[in-house]
Write a protein that binds this ligand. Structure first.
Ligand SMILES: CC(C)(COP(=O)(O)OP(=O)(O)OC[C@H]1O[C@@H](n2cnc3c(N)ncnc32)[C@H](O)[C@@H]1OP(=O)(O)O)[C@@H](O)C(=O)NCCC(=O)NCCS
Length: 154
């Protein structure tokens, strides 16, 4: 890993004004990206939508939903030029702390089995693979299962 970027990044809440920059990154780093509407809906629903801000640029962003004492990490993405510098890990720990602040019992998330980078990122931060959801994701040739990963906070 090259020099960690955590020290040069500030976290702040996402606003509607960020969505254009967020979607520009989303369209590059995901084969099946969220739309601007998905981010607007997440903001309107009161989900924890956060930006990792570097200088005047969005370096990464994530969305955590907390309900019924459980956190669900719906999105975590790092802009291509900021990947492999420790930001994904730092952002994951940020959301784990946020989950603890809510007194959530666990955080879970879905990840594509083909997404080796994300699986390694989450495993490295304590998440365990606990199941699958059949045909969860759209894929080039139909649907792809999701792996469910979970971190117990208690
Ligand atoms: C997954 C993602 C968030 C990782 O962010 P990142 O800032 O590059 O991650 P970090 O630099 O903190 O890396 C943490 C660990 O993740 C793993 N990892 C990250 N990128 C990897 C890659 N390309 N290949 C294999 N492992 C990888 C490694 O274990 C790494 O630890 P190491 O650098 O000590 O080897 C980033 O690749 C991304 O935004 N991908 C596209 C969106 C996505 O798939 N999001 C997750 C599902 S919603």
């Amino acid at each position: 890993m090259s020099a960690p970027v955590a020290n040069s990044v500030a976290y702040r809440r996402m606003t509607e004004a960020d969505i254009e920059a967020v979607v520009a990154i989303e369209n590059i780093v995901h084969a099946h990206p969220w739309t601007a509407g998905n981010f607007k809906d997440s903001l309107a629903a009161g989900y924890e939508c956060w930006i990792a801000w570097h200088g005047s640029q969005v370096a990464g962003y994530g969305v955590l939903m907390v309900a019924a004492g459980e956190g669900h990490l719906l999105n975590l993405s790092v802009a291509a030029q900021w990947q492999r510098k420790g930001l994904g890990s730092d952002f994951t720990r940020f959301f784990i702390k946020l989950g603890r602040d809510y007194d959530a019992a666990r955080i879970y998330l879905e990840v594509r089995p083909s997404n080796a980078a994300a699986r390694a990122l989450y495993a490295g931060n304590g998440f365990a693979e606990v199941g699958t959801r059949r045909d969860y994701y759209p894929a080039a040739d139909g649907r792809e299962d999701a792996l469910i990963m979970e971190l117990n906070l208690k």
